[in-house]
Design a protein around this ligand. Structure first.
Ligand code: FE2
Ligand code: FE2
Length: 132
């Protein structure tokens, strides 16, 4: 199973954001390993809990950054965060209801994370870089 790769395209040049994103990518990769090695629902649940907790903390950090610099696209960015959290919770509910963790779960988190980092977070990081 392919792991989500961290590479320079995901590096946004904002130390705190990059550090969090790296950690989130590592958790998605841990999830991939758990699924590939059939580590069982318990291991998988723990990684998902971790992923959700770190994501919430990370989104909170970005939202503080946006508020502090009166980021003009803060509302859109916040809505995107809220939608990502809702999608992840809905997705997780399916698995709590008995669905088996699979490659589609991984694909979901892969897309969920990389699309947001490469688009919305990149815009925020460039704005922050211009406002130092
Ligand atoms: Fe974000
Ligand atoms: Fe982010």
């Amino acid at each position: 199973m392919n792991s989500l790769k961290w590479d320079h395209t995901m590096e946004l040049g904002h130390e705190a954001m990059d550090a969090d994103h790296k950690q989130l990518v590592a958790l998605v990769n841990q999830l991939a390993e758990g699924i590939a090695n059939n580590l069982g629902k318990q291991a998988y649940d723990a990684v998902l809990d971790d992923l959700m907790a770190h994501t919430r903390a990370h989104f909170g950090m970005e939202e503080k950054l946006m508020a502090a610099c009166s980021y003009p696209y803060a509302d859109e960015h916040r809505s995107e965060h809220a939608r990502l959290i809702k999608d992840a919770r809905d997705y997780r509910a399916k698995f709590d209801a008995g669905a088996e963790p699979s490659i589609s779960l991984l694909y979901f988190f892969d897309q969920w994370l990389t699309r947001h980092i490469l688009a919305s977070d990149r815009e925020l990081a460039s704005f922050l870089a211009g406002n130092k």
